[in-house]
Design a protein around this ligand. Structure first.
Ligand code: NAD
Ligand code: MG
Length: 391
């Protein structure tokens, strides 16, 4: 029996790597839905090549373009948020949650209802609504598998072990494209400079988030949610080569590291083949050629985003939603050249300060998450505009 699979965010970096693996073994998979946004040509080409049941663009205005591109193929075309949810309602065994940002939450949550596997690249789902997502998975007997390379690495290093023997987990980060810039030059960094990564080839937004280490901050929260660990048992360390993705330290002092090349097809393939392992077309590490591995602690002055992660983990409630929404808005403003690289973290901190009294909550619902997301975006936009006006 072929496995029924859907790929949300199929036209993006994670989505394309997923399609690469699936396309190599067409007899194993039946492609249900592929989704994208503005890149209609790629979406339609992939839907035709992989014989998808339906192709969905998030952009309502592009429905006719998608219909034209798919005319005569028998593949359904659909557009908009409702269509994304409808696509998630189609029965599947395995779903890639590869949309970027808060927009990825709703389709992933919906897909859990089939009780299959949700391969989770969309880290925002866990940062904004971790408890909701994991409870929904339990309710439907679904499995959430991490696709973020660090969390896939932790997951693999934890196989067969008991969580009460884990002293701490360590996730590594490259330090991003501006790691070696003098501190006083950071304020002048452009989106192009911040959007260049030394090791990984990823989407623009996550690449800039690597330069600020907002990406690592998100991943600390993600680790807290996925593995149910308190902040004092989670660490991050800068590792410029990005070859060790994460480590687990056990109570006997053993440190289990997961190593591999910087190719997301490893983590995606692990989630695709789990609990099995199958051959993957990723480059093998040549240790003598690598020669050395370096590590250093992240400098809080260079990476203020990391402190915000600890704040979110300790506050809980809706603080992750506010943090993520403010970060997405700060990133929009930086990409639009309205604020500077070094304005992003202070803007997120000020947004969280402004919403302080609303961040703590015992039980969060999806409506509360949506409401906080909208409120935090609005607050961040207003504070960002004020800061621009007084400059
Ligand atoms: P990307 O920008 O390359 O692709 C994003 C995808 O989401 C595209 O298919 C796009 O069409 C779709 N999309 C964008 N906005 C949308 C919206 N409003 N509604 C519906 N669809 C929308 O991003 P990416 O780098 O592939 O990242 C995807 C997710 O995976 C992110 O959450 C990211 O943090 C995570 N992730 C990525 C990598 C990586 O190597 N790229 C690694 C780890 C985690
Ligand atoms: Mg990662």
């Amino acid at each position: 029996m072929r496995r029924r699979v859907s790929i949300f965010g199929a036209t993006g970096s994670i989505g394309q790597s997923t399609l690469d693996l699936i396309g190599r073994e067409p007899d194993r998979y039946e492609v249900v839905a592929l989704t994208g946004a503005s890149n209609i040509v790629r979406l339609a080409e992939d839907a035709i090549r992989l014989r998808a049941e339906v192709a969905v663009t998030a952009d309502e205005d592009r429905l006719q373009d998608l219909r034209d591109a798919l005319s005569g193929t028998g593949i359904e075309a659909a557009a908009g948020q409702g269509a994304l949810i409808e696509a998630a309602d189609r029965p599947t065994d395995w779903v890639m949650s590869g949309i970027v940002g808060f927009a990825g939450l709703a389709p992933g949550l919906r897909a859990l209802r089939h009780g299959g596997t949700l391969a989770l690249a969309n880290k925002e789902s866990l940062v904004c609504a971790g408890p909701i997502l994991l409870a929904e998975a339990r309710r439907h007997g679904a499995t959430v598998l991490p696709v973020d390379s660090e969390h896939s690495a932790l997951f693999q290093a934890l196989v067969g072990e008991r969580m009460d023997t884990v002293e701490k987990v360590i996730i590594t980060g490259s330090g991003g494209g501006l790691r070696d810039w003098p501190l006083d030059r950071l304020a002048s960094a452009t989106p192009e400079e911040a959007g260049t990564h030394p090791n990984w080839d990823m989407g623009q937004r996550i690449t800039i988030d690597s330069a600020t280490m907002f990406n690592k901050a998100m991943e600390l929260i993600e680790a807290h949610e996925l593995f149910d660990l308190p902040s004092d048992r989670i660490e991050t360390v800068i590792h410029p080569q990005s070859l060790i993705h994460a480590l687990v330290q056990y109570s006997d002092g053993a440190l289990m590291a997961h190593m591999g090349t910087t190719d997301m097809r490893h983590a995606i393939g692990y989630a695709l083949n789990w609990p099995d392992r199958r051959h993957l077309p990723v480059e093998r590490l040549d240790l003598p050629r690598i020669g050395r591995l370096d590590f250093r602690a992240p400098d809080p002055a260079r990476y203020p985003a990391i402190d915000l992660a600890w704040r979110v983990i300790e506050t809980g409630g809706l603080s992750g939603t506010a943090f993520n929404a403010a970060k997405e808005m700060a990133l929009d403003l930086f990409i639009g050249r309205s604020i500077r690289f070094t304005d992003m973290a202070p803007l997120v901190a000020r947004t969280m300060d402004a919403l302080e009294s609303r961040l703590e909550a015992d039980a969060i619902t999806l409506d509360m998450v949506r409401d906080m997301d909208a409120r935090a975006r609005e607050t961040a936009r207003r504070l960002g505009e004020q800061a621009m006006a007084t400059r």
